[in-house]
Design a protein around this ligand. Sequence first.
Ligand SMILES: Cc1ncc(C[n+]2csc(CCOP(=O)(O)OP(=O)(O)O)c2C)c(N)n1
Ligand SMILES: [Mg+2]
Length: 366
Amino acid sequence: MPRARMKELEPIEILSVLDEDGNFDKELAPDIADEKLIAIFRAMAKARLFDERLLNLQRQGKLGTFAPVRGQEAAQVGAVAAIEASDWLVPSFRETAAMLWRGASLEDIFIFTAGYNEGLAIPDDSNDLPTCVPVASQLPHAVGIAYAQKYRQTGSVVMAFFGDGATSEGDFHEALNFAGVFEVPVVFVCQNNQWAISVPRAKQTRAHSLAQKAIAYGFPGIQVDGNDVLAVLKAARDAVTRAREDCLPTLIECVTYRMGVHTTADDPTVYRDEEEVEEWEDRDPIERLRLHMRSRGLLDDKAEDAMAEELKDEIESAWKSARDTMEGLTDPSMMFDHLFAEPTTPLRAQRNAFEALRDDRKAANE
Ligand SMILES: Cc1ncc(C[n+]2csc(CCOP(=O)(O)OP(=O)(O)O)c2C)c(N)n1
Ligand SMILES: [Mg+2]
């Protein structure tokens, strides 16, 4: 009649590679070519500049609501840098940096943010899902896609993103349970940015970490410094290998911070202290990588200025072509497209009802 500890419960690993001054642990760092590190820096800088431009245009009334990425660039780019083009990305609604790394066009994001569903059309050669606003509802889709990869033996893996708040949803638990039981090739990337709108991380769960939730579902969980792109990349590569070679899931908790507003419809000054934001500003993921790359001779003032100029030009020309494209977008029934390969019966009925209403109104106005 023993009373003992269960042996099979592994403790949760924590991983950080880069410190706040850009120094790194060579032993722990992932093996990465200089060009790839420069591409990662560029992608993070692009996401930051694009975010600032989106915010600026939203405040001018030219774009609708969106969820800024500021502060989470390392968690996103570090993770997707570990998957191949043929793998699958299942984002939630804040994954601009991840989507840009995967090849989403700036123009499409402008068009979608301006309220046109045409911006969500998935190119035929892409395996990436569009943004998903209902919290955690993308996770059952992710494990279903992963199950299909296993069944069809494609060798592809699925990377799914979500936030700390999503871990309180039933969909999160159902997806993790499915992934564990059916051993599917999925990497769950939880961006713990400390807030779910105005709900702090401490009110989300009594658990010490979000990573440990994987234990209950029988697969590994790891907590990484989410503002340290090298740590995120290392953890993501390990998880992708486990998924691809052994068809096993992993949960990665990236500890990061939402440096800006939840969305452009939110005012965080009413629920969080400015000192907290300032503390996290000192851990800025881009600044940390910048210091690291400078110390390795991979970046200097000249290269950085040239990169910023190129990125700004790219963003401005995308905004110009987005405006040109939007002038030709006049059919709201496009909102029924781009989701299913074949429209479902309810969707077809909704389209018919919408088109009948539109035609009635048009006739009444003539
Ligand atoms: C099912 C559902 N419930 C509520 C909302 C409203 N909502 C939008 S974002 C959000 C918080 C999400 O927090 P988290 O998962 O931490 O992601 P973050 O916004 O921090 O990236 C809520 C409650 C929603 N979109 N979907
Ligand atoms: Mg959150």
